[in-house]
Design a protein around this ligand. Structure first.
Ligand SMILES: Cc1cc2nc3c(=O)[nH]c(=O)nc-3n(C[C@H](O)[C@H](O)[C@H](O)COP(=O)(O)O)c2cc1C
Length: 201
């Protein structure tokens, strides 16, 4: 698929065909693309948990879904996804990397970071997976894990404490989907969000 088509066709998919699993080769390509994301200092401080088995996916939903949200249309559609990938960011990998001689930091002070690069880089990897899914004829959705569920999630899947799940992706073949109410907001045009030469000109 043309790159521009991939970008323009991408949208979050929240309902999947439960009878079509993601072929192994497709999953490997998606993961291969994820680790081609750029990362500050080439730190690559990320980690990905892949859930394919039905029991694992059910444990994911049971652990991360708030009790009051178990019967929603959103969850019904999302649970049908045959694949869940959870990208994690590891801040300590960046603090270690930037304390290496070529980066010159003499300590692991988190205060020198303009923004948390560990979240940015893992987000880049997530976007590459979203785009790769489209390129493979699949759909995907990035969504948040409620903060009060993170500890249970970690315990359930043996995720080390330094790895923070930045969200999760469902991936699969698309089924009839409903439009997100958020889309009613409309896409902000380039002219509204881009400032050329000077912000307040
Ligand atoms: C950081 C982030 C968090 C998001 N969290 C959720 C979420 O928890 N649930 C959900 O259904 N969609 C979530 N979305 C998807 C957005 O609602 C969606 O990207 C937006 O409405 C634009 O629609 P589109 O991506 O289909 O173009 C999230 C997107 C991003 C980038």
């Amino acid at each position: 698929m043309e790159f521009r088509d991939v970008v323009l066709r991408r949208r979050m998919v929240r309902n999947y065909d439960p009878d079509r699993s993601v072929p192994a080769a497709v999953l490997e390509r998606i993961l291969e693309h994820a680790v081609h994301a750029p990362s500050a200092g080439f730190s690559q401080g990320w980690g990905f948990l892949v859930l394919e088995a039905t029991a694992d996916r059910e444990r994911f939903w049971a652990t991360t879904t708030p009790a009051e949200a178990t019967q929603t249309r959103w969850l019904t559609g999302m649970r049908k996804a045959p694949l869940i990938v959870i990208p994690h960011a590891n801040e300590s990998a960046y603090l270690d990397r930037y304390a290496e001689p070529d980066k010159g930091a003499s300590d692991r002070d988190p205060g020198r970071w303009p923004v948390p690069y560990w979240h940015i880089d893992t987000g880049f990897a997530a976007l590459l997976m979203l785009l790769s899914a489209v390129d493979e004829g699949l759909g995907a959705c990035f969504f948040g894990i409620p903060p009060d569920r993170t500890a249970d999630y970690r315990a359930c899947f043996g995720v080390p404490a330094q790895f923070v799940p930045i969200g999760a992706l469902t991936i699969g073949y698309r089924a009839a989907d409903h439009r997100s109410p958020s889309l009613k907001r409309g896409r902000r045009p380039v002219a509204e969000v881009v400032h050329r030469g000077r912000w307040d000109a």
